[in-house]
Design a protein around this ligand. Structure first.
Ligand SMILES: Nc1ncnc2c1ncn2[C@@H]1O[C@H](COP(=O)(O)OP(=O)(O)OP(=O)(O)O)[C@@H](O)[C@H]1O
Length: 280
């Protein structure tokens, strides 16, 4: 498996107050990689570095195996990019927009109907983009980005501000795309989304990568040394994994007082709190 994205010691100073510091990570072909971090952590800045909208001060970036400096502009026509600023035209309908992008990307127009169906916009296809709801706009933008089934897709907060049902639809579309071979790099504030979709996640804080692994490994690494026991009278007891804890569990089971026992894995939000001492 080759790396589609690789950063080595990348630094960038932006203004007086912010810098990306020695950023190193990779995204392998076929992965969905989630880039997490609170507002202002540098997620969008990193996408801008990877899509040549910003230039690093130092370090190396490789995109699909070649140094980013050698990546031709035309390569970005193949790569899908979905950012916070839409490039769809307000006055054109959803369908006109997609036909336009199909032509631009050299995709046959008959693909447009299929993609409209997949993002559930077939019925709304004659609606001008500016009259669409936020969820519809987001699905239309995503449809335009994936028309050519890109090998690599950058998504900056793809479900930000969307209702849970629309987010679910977008998750399904992304999972399908990934199964068909698209490598996905996405940024999100939403820990649950990252946990559900991503094979690996990187956690960024104040321009520095503070963790990078599979959600499962991170949870094991930061697992608490305790289990959770639910008693008959619905009390939740947290019991240490030691001799004393074992005795408490033994007594609860023998006394018929134990309803359930669960391990206590932290979620990604708790991991972030443990790493930084700050709420996400
Ligand atoms: N052109 C710029 N000049 C100076 N500072 C900038 C510039 N663009 C962004 N910044 C600053 O860089 C920092 C990182 O911004 P960035 O947009 O990458 O964060 P983010 O993690 O994507 O946040 P959010 O989740 O809110 O989108 C912020 O403090 C921002 O104010």
């Amino acid at each position: 498996m080759k790396n589609f994205i690789e950063l080595q010691d990348v630094c960038l100073k932006l203004g007086a107050d912010f810098e990306i510091q020695n950023l190193s990570f990779h995204v392998a072909e076929g992965e969905i990689f989630g880039f997490l971090g609170p507002s202002g952590a540098g997620k969008t800045t990193t996408i801008k570095l990877l899509t040549k909208q910003l230039k690093k001060d130092s370090g190396s970036i490789f995109l699909m195996g070649e140094p980013i400096e050698e990546t031709p502009r035309s390569r970005y026509d193949e790569i899908g990019i979905l950012s916070d600023t839409s490039n769809l035209y307000d006055r054109m309908t959803i369908e006109e927009n997609l036909n336009f992008f199909a032509e631009l990307k050299g995709v046959k127009k008959d693909k447009v109907e299929g993609i409209l169906q997949r993002v559930e916009l077939l019925k709304e296809r004659k609606r001008p983009f500016k009259k669409c709801s936020r969820g519809m706009k987001q699905r239309a933008i995503l449809a335009a980005a994936v028309l050519n089934q890109p090998p690599l897709l950058f998504l900056d907060e793809p479900t930000s501000g969307l209702d849970p049902a629309t987010s679910q639809e977008i998750h399904k579309l992304l999972t399908d795309l990934n199964e068909q071979g698209t490598t996905i790099f996405l940024t999100t504030h939403n820990m649950e989304e990252a946990d559900k979709l991503c094979r690996r996640v990187g956690i960024l804080n104040q321009g520095r990568l503070i963790a990078c692994d599979t959600p499962q490994n991170l949870k094991l690494q930061f697992a608490r040394d305790e289990v959770q026991l639910l008693t008959k009278d619905r009390k939740v007891l947290r019991v240490k994994k030691n001799q004393e804890g074992a005795k408490a569990i033994y007594d609860a089971i023998c006394g018929g007082d134990c309803l359930t026992i669960h391990s206590r894995e932290p979620n990604l939000e708790e991991i972030f709190l443990q790493l930084t001492g700050r709420e996400f």
